[in-house]
Ligand binder design. Structure first.
Ligand SMILES: Nc1ncnc2c1ncn2[C@@H]1O[C@H](COP(=O)(O)OP(=O)(O)OP(=O)(O)O)[C@@H](O)[C@H]1O
Length: 352
C-alpha cells in the first residue's frame, strides 16, 4: 500500500469530513461500527445477509445504521450507503493479529477485497483504518495537534540551523572559500528540515478543518525551503563531471544515520566515495542573487553563468550596462543587489 493511498483515506477520515462526522457521532453514542469503504466484486463475495439501503451518505444515516448488528458498506466514492447489517465472511485463513471479532473481520475483509475498512470500537472508543493487512489508528484531533506542534517546534529549530548554514555559505561564496564540507552541512540540514516539513504536512492533512492554524504556521516556516534545492543545484552541480548527478533529492531515502555521515552525503551528491571534504567548490551565484540580492530570475539569467559574483562585484554600472540585456535601470538594480549581498556577507563575518 502506497503512502498516497494511506494519505487519501486519512484525509477522508480527517475532522470536518462527513465520514469523520458520522464516526464521531457513533463514538459519542458509545456504539461501535464496521464500515467497508467501497464496493466491488470481492466485497460482494465476502458479504452475507444485511439490507440493501441505497441512500445518499450522510453522517446521520451512518450513525443510525451503525445501530444494526453487522457491517455498513459504502460506495467507492463514499457518496452512498450501499447496505447495512451485513455479516462479513472473509476467508478465515487470512492472517490477522487482531483479537475481537469486529477487528479480525475488518482486517481480513480489507486484505481479501483490497478495500479499506474502518472500525469504531465500542469497548475502547478507538477508530482504526485497515488497509492491506495493516492497522492505522485514527487519532483524536487533540493528540494529532500536540504531535504536530512538537514536529513544528523541531522544524523551527532546524530551519534556524539551516539558515545559519546558509548565512555562512553567503559569506563563503562572496569570499570564494566554499568547501565541500560547507555544502554538505547545508544539504544535511535542508534534508532534515524537509522531512519534518513533510511530516507536519501529513499531520495537517489528517487534521482537516482542525489543522488550519497549523497550516498557516507551517507555510510561513517552510517558505525558505521553497525552491532552495533547485537554486543550490544550479549553483553547485557544475563542480561535478556529470552535473545531472547533483540533486539534494538523492538524500530523501537516506536513513538518519547515513544522513549524519558527511562522507556518505558527499558521495550521494555525486562527489565520489571518500571525497575530500576540504575540496574547494565554486558557486555560480544563482541563490545569492535571487534570495539575498532579490533580483528577478530573468535578470539573474542574463548575468550567470557568464559572470562570476566576483566579476559582478568588481564591475561599475557602466560595465554592467555592457552586458547584453542590461540597461541603466537593471544595472542599478544589480548594483543594489550586490550591495545587499556584501552587506549581508560582511555582517555575518563580523559576528562570526
Ligand atoms: N464478521 C462480522 N461482520 C459484521 N459485523 C461484525 C462481524 N464481526 C463482528 N461484527 C460486529 O462487531 C460487534 C462487536 O463484536 P466484538 O465485540 O466481538 O468485536 P471487537 O473487535 O471486540 O469490537 P469492539 O472493540 O467494538 O468491542 C458485533 O456485535 C457485530 O456487530
Amino acid at each position: 500500500m502506497s503512502r498516497t493511498t494511506l494519505q487519501h483515506y486519512m484525509k477522508l477520515l480527517a475532522p470536518g469530513t462527513p465520514l469523520r462526522a458520522g464516526i464521531d457521532r457513533i463514538l459519542h453514542s458509545g456504539t461501535g461500527a464496521l464500515i467497508v469503504l467501497g464496493f466491488n466484486r470481492q466485497v460482494k463475495q465476502v458479504s452475507s445477509g444485511g439490507f440493501q439501503i441505497g441512500v445518499d451518505f450522510s453522517e446521520q444515516a451512518l450513525r443510525e445504521l451503525a445501530k444494526l448488528d453487522g457491517a455498513i458498506i459504502v460506495s467507492n466514492d463514499l457518496s452512498r450507503i450501499v447496505s447495512a447489517g451485513v455479516h462479513l465472511v472473509p476467508p478465515g485463513d487470512i492472517p490477522t493479529a487482531e483479537t475481537g471479532t469486529r477487528h479480525r473481520s475488518a482486517d481480513r475483509t480489507a486484505q481479501a477485497t483490497a478495500v479499506p475498512v474502518v472500525t469504531v470500537s465500542a469497548s475502547m472508543g478507538t477508530v482504526s483504518l485497515f488497509i492491506a493487512g495493516r492497522r492505522h489508528v485514527v487519532e483524536k484531533a487533540s493528540d494529532v495537534i500536540s504531535r504536530a506542534n512538537q514536529t513544528l517546534a523541531a522544524m523551527t529549530s532546524l530551519i534556524n540551523r539551516l539558515q545559519e548554514a546558509l548565512d555562512q555559505l553567503n559569506s563563503l561564496e562572496v569570499a570564494e572559500q566554499v568547501t565541500l564540507r560547507d555544502l554538505v552541512a547545508v544539504a544535511h540540514r535542508y534534508e532534515l528540515a524537509r522531512r519534518l516539513s513533510a511530516e507536519t504536512e501529513f499531520h495537517i492533512e489528517v487534521l482537516g478543518v482542525e489543522g488550519r492554524l497549523l497550516k498557516m504556521q507551517h507555510a510561513e516556516l517552510a517558505a525558505p525551503l521553497g525552491g532552495l534545492s533547485t537554486l543550490i543545484a544550479s549553483d553547485y552541480a557544475h563542480n561535478l563531471d556529470d552535473a545531472q548527478e547533483f540533486q539534494l533529492e538523492n538524500l530523501q531515502n537516506f536513513t538518519p544515520e547515513e544522513l549524519m555521515n558527511n562522507h556518505l552525503v558527499a558521495q550521494r551528491l555525486g562527489f565520489g566515495p571518500d571525497a575530500y571534504l576540504e575540496t574547494p567548490l565554486e558557486s555560480v551565484g544563482y541563490r545569492m542573487l535571487t534570495t539575498v540580492g532579490r533580483l528577478p530570475r530573468h535578470v539573474v539569467d542574463l548575468l550567470v553563468p557568464k559572470h562570476s559574483l566576483q566579476e559582478l562585484f568588481a564591475a561599475s554600472v557602466g560595465e554592467l550596462m555592457r552586458i547584453e540585456g542590461i540597461g541603466d535601470r537593471r544595472a542599478r538594480l544589480i548594483r543594489d543587489a550586490l550591495l545587499r549581498i556584501s552587506e549581508t556577507a560582511f555582517a555575518r563575518s563580523d559576528t562570526a
